[in-house]
Design a protein around this ligand. Structure first.
Ligand code: 5AD
Ligand code: SF4
Length: 470
């Protein structure tokens, strides 16, 4: 496929960013080039997200805008891959008549074959059955090719020396609002040996941090070498890898936060004090309608479990505002949960009704203006508290994993109160504390990928500023 010049546009979550790495590797190993500029490409691939309507609308408008180019360049191929392709299935052609190929998120290894078929003018779809039609085996079978891609791909994750590794695919939680279990299939835990091989390979190539990924990563469950494995076992084993300093795992489901896993925060030194565990709401009535499987008090108890093991853990959450039937009192209960839990950060989303999900049977009855108001109020509250939590760290010296030059040094400097940072020691670098907070400090660019001690001197919002302590 020497004459293939592919461009990949990625929407959505961390999982999709890893999928983009796998896809790039699948293409390159068959001789295709992956180009940075879509204008240089003869194959345009869109790795899509269908969690909220907004990402989907952007996708279809971006694809629609290619009409003129398609007319000028009849050989140009357009592929819609990932969650939206699976979500639309046979109806994709109606929404995106320009698309030449479509592929489910679990079948990205097949994209090179799909490109060949599309070039011959043949139908080029690799979609999964629906969850009611398909057997478990139908979802499990294509995983072997993905595993193979994961293991073979070059290290090139979110930042130099940081690799993401899939641990659990799919989701069985069926939260009422969520499309993920419908498009990413049933929950499948990868064999411990596959995960550990990957961790060892990347650590051997210089990775200092590994992030385990799964929609509900803490539901990890496997049997190998004659014994059961949960996430705590997997973390303990991975932590023994030479050269590996930091382990993160996202995203955690509160109902599956066991004492054993909470203990791993205390027992396994490489496990970072960072816990991304979405609460989604603080009202029990809303949580019940969301089918989340816990009450606000149970959520808080799960956080307390982890804090008993690791008092300095930075807890982050996702929230949905404006879920059907959410009253002002329900929303206040969410704000109260935030005040009590004191999150280190959080994402807030306006409820977006998704076709095929259980919440579709409820009326989307919170007006958009009210959703927007709640979104802003909650975001401000989370940011204020997270800022206070960041300020409380000022004066400490912490190990910072350096990601590289600060992507927006002027903004970072302005956030610090307007004065420009002294650049005498090199450039302004950006890194992360063990709890994932951003730290900006001056230093030579060759520190990228290293872990260095930084004394925190001030905070601006949630961002910390400091000086190298050597
Ligand atoms: N509307 C709004 N937000 C949603 N999320 C998932 N589905 C929806 C939806 N239909 C949010 C949840 C989840 C995050 C990835 O996206 O908060 O944790
Ligand atoms: Fe969606 Fe719930 Fe699964 Fe998360 S746990 S992917 S919100 S169904």
């Amino acid at each position: 496929m020497e004459d293939v010049r592919a461009h990949i546009t990625t929407y959505g979550c961390q999982m999709n960013r890893l999928d983009a790495e796998l896809l790039a590797h699948a293409l390159r190993r068959e001789g295709a080039r992956v180009v940075a500029d879509p204008n240089d490409a003869n194959v345009l691939l869109f790795l899509t997200c269908s969690v909220r309507a907004h990402a989907e609308e952007r996708l279809f408008s971006n694809v629609g805008a290619l009409k003129a180019r398609k007319r000028r360049e009849p050989d140009l191929l357009v592929g819609i891959l990932g969650c939206t392709a699976q979500q639309y299935g046979d109806r994709l052609g109606e929404r995106a008549p320009l698309a030449d190929l479509a592929c489910a998120p679990g079948r990205l290894a097949e994209v090179p074959d799909l490109i060949r078929k599309a070039r011959r003018g043949r139908p080029a779809d690799a979609l999964d059955p629906t969850r009611t039609d398909g057997t478990r085996e139908a979802f499990v079978a294509p995983d072997a090719r993905l595993d193979d891609l994961e293991l073979a791909r070059p290290l090139g994750g979110p930042s130099p020396r940081h690799a993401c590794v899939t641990v659990v695919r799919g989701c069985d939680n069926f939260c009422a609002y969520c499309v993920v279990p419908h498009v990413r299939g049933p929950e499948r835990s990868r064999p411990p040996s596959a995960v550990l091989d990957e961790v060892r390979r990347f650590a051997g190539e210089g990775a200092r941090q590994v992030t385990f990924l799964g929609q509900a990563v803490n539901k990890y469950q496997a049997r190998e070498a004659g014994r059961p494995w949960d996430l705590a076992d997997l973390l303990a084993e991975a932590a023994d890898t030479r050269g590996l300093a930091r382990l993160h795992f996202i995203t955690n489901h509160p109902a599956a936060m066991t004492e054993r896993l909470a203990d791993a925060f205390a027992r396994v030194p490489a496990v970072c004090p960072y816990l991304h565990m979405p609460a989604q709401a603080g009202s029990d009535a809303v949580l019940r309608r969301m089918n989340r499987g816990y009450t606000a008090a149970e959520y808080e108890e799960r956080v307390a479990r982890v804090r008993r093991a690791r008092p300095d853990v930075a807890v982050a959450s996702d929230f949905i505002v404006g879920f059907p039937g959410e009253t002002e009192a329900d929303f206040e209960a969410t704000c109260d949960l935030v005040r009590r839990t004191r999150f280190a950060g959080g994402f807030v989303f306006k409820y977006s009704p998704r076709p095929g999900t259980a919440a579709e049977r409820y009326t989307d009855d919170v007006p958009d203006a009210e959703k927007r108001r709640r979104h802003q109020v909650l975001l401000d509250l989370i940011q204020d508290i997270a800022g206070e939590e960041s300020r409380a760290l000022v004066g400490r010296t912490v190990p910072v994993f350096v990601e590289g030059p600060s992507p927006n040094p002027h903004l970072d400097a302005a956030a610090g109160g307007g004065q420009a940072e002294s650049l005498a020691g090199g450039v302004q670098l950006r890194g992360r504390t063990p709890g994932g907070r951003i730290v900006v400090f001056d230093g030579p660019t060759d520190l990228a990928g290293e872990i260095v001690d930084v004394r925190l001197t001030r905070a601006a919002g949630v961002t910390l500023f400091g000086e190298r302590a050597s």
